[in-house]
Design a protein. Sequence first.
Lengths: 454, 321
Amino acid sequence: MTDLAEKAVRATFAEKGKIAEMNVTALNHAYDYAEENLEGFKHRLEKTEIGEERLFLTGNQAVAMGKVLGGCRVQTYYPITPAADESEYLEAHQIMKTRGGEDEAIVVIQTEDEIAAINLASGAALAGARAATSTSGPGFSLMVEGLSWAGNNEVPLVITYYQRGAPATGLPTRHAQGDLRFVIHAGHGEFPRIVLASGDIQECFHDAAKVLNLAEKYQMPVIHLLDKAMANCSQTYPIFEYGKFKIDRGQLISEKELEGKEYNRFHFTETGLSNRVVLGTKNGVHWYTGDEHNEAGHISEEPLNRRLMVEKRMKKLELVEKEVPVEDKLNFYGDIYSENIVISWGSPKGAILESIDMLKREGFSLGFMQVRLIHPLPTEQVKKALGGKKRIIDIENNFLGQLGGIIKEATGIAPNYHILKYTGRPMTTTEVCDAIKAILTGKAPEREVLMFGS
Amino acid sequence: MALKPSDFRVPDIYADWCPGCGDFGIMNGLQMAFAELGLEPHQIAMVSGIGCSGKEPHNVKCYGVHTLHGRTLPFATGIKIANPHLEVLAIGGDGDGLGIGAGHFVNTGRRNLDMTYIIHNNGVYGLTKGQASPTLQREMQTKSLPKPNINEAVNPIGLAIISGYTFAARSYAFDVRHLKETIKQGIQHKGLAFIDCLQPCPTYNNIHTKDWYAGYDRKDENGKPRSRLYKLEEAGFDPNVRDWSEDFQKKVAALDKAREWGDRIPIGIFYKNELEPTFQERLANRIPFYMDRPPAKQKLCDENAFSKVDLTEFMEDLKTS
């Protein structure tokens, strides 16, 4: 009766035979007790035939694989939940195979604090390595000055940010989506950054590779925003396809292209993007500074230069908005022509998709817009998707409905319903489905707070 | 053709340090050391923090990275790890490296990367108008302090030695020849070299002035000033660790020398150990091709821009049926 469960227990304690047997005894004892004492107990574990090989992995592992694929070759971190498993997984898989070529390797550095982690990654990026750091809220708080430096110096830097319950130490091992506004605004002064949020573990993988391209192409920090519910939970997926992933290093130029030319790292251009040369390149000597700088990278406080430098940096965001394909910015699901639309981001995606299916079977029509590129927000496309809708339902794991607020600021269109949860527990399909149904049937207040989970 | 120190000057850049600032001496020492070592500007990355010293890289022709207050060492570490073939110099002030950046000072020592760290030590925060720095002794009251300094001083050489720096030396900004030689030895040292560079701050440190170091307040019977600085080498001090068995004694001797201050201040090399594996060697032990293909030199894609990485092994580990 308990064959499969016994097998699982033995596999879990494979190296501890005695403990395995003790647990199997306990399992059988409990099973027999239930069978004798509980009325109608007929529980049987059945094997599901899936007929294909699948991956069983966590978000941390998916991100690590995506980074390797995307060319990340220096990763820095300071231990923090729920981010650290990613870096440890990378270190365990430090040397990687390539298709018909020499092996490659990623160097993983555990630093003394998060301040060192971000700045060490910036240094590695300036020297020409694709570099990333991985953290959670308290760590990112310490990184903020470094983020500002990277923005000012147009450093291609990736920060993988796994949100957890906050403020302060908060609910350190639990889930939340409370840091969206923080990552969009973090850092003194005005500088461009990209914030991309994945909604499931498969997206974590693909986006982890893509953000490395975005960072180098647009020469700015990119925050890959994830959460605890994706970080440490395991899911099964079909084997990930990745053969078509291309590396785009943007305007990175080589020693050869520099020959006989004067080079300025921050040369003013139409797009705001200047040619980038890595430290150590012959004929390319240049400077970086946290101060405002001129085209060569030397300190300058001259008013016109200042104006042009601010504009140079900021207009790169327009380029991001223009060039990033819509399928990397927004995902649409369900009946997008319905008068009802759900907006969300990050890990509630799974519960929302399942709820839409369940509600459809009950005759309710509903669309779902998952926002992935949250900064810069694809304002026009969002406006188009939300215009004329009767019910806009914002679903988020936070108190403020942060995405809803950001969309309202950018488009003037506000969600009229909020389904929010900030207990530290992820959303479940049942409670999301019930909450949406209550709204669609006119039985819900404008703001519902979910509580499931102990 | 070998380059001259003047080839490391940056045209059209005006160094805005106060007249008489020790930073000029350090700038000259760096330019002379680079030229004498036969380095070319593109082979060097000079990383600095915030403070008057932070502007040093803007005045030397090589890759210059002027970073955040206290964060010189993490940036320098990242650069060196990504491309170990670069000659990396970290430059910082005493407040930068021993106050706000003290955590990095200690932890960088644990790695022993093959690079050189020079602290500009003048006892004050010059850029913010003369507050006490971590190297100012207790009860000293430099010009802009409202009250005498209430904190004890950090001992930079001592801290370097117990943190794992494998080369610890001191020099003086106005003995450019000695400084240049010390910088050269720091660069040539296999491992992490720390140089504590004493310098007067003519604007805010009215105690440890150029004349004070030169001993104008303590002339001999012929009226000749007796310098407070003396050279360890000339005093017969041997800082070199040739075998692990003598390491502890050498460290103790160096710490003892590092305590000297006041009327006799040693300059020169306090401690030198090339037996300790560098961080690059430690990495190469794990990644055999690290020095040939460090992170900055790996080819990420094939000729059609497709990522070269083969994830089969990763996926195999994660497969379930």
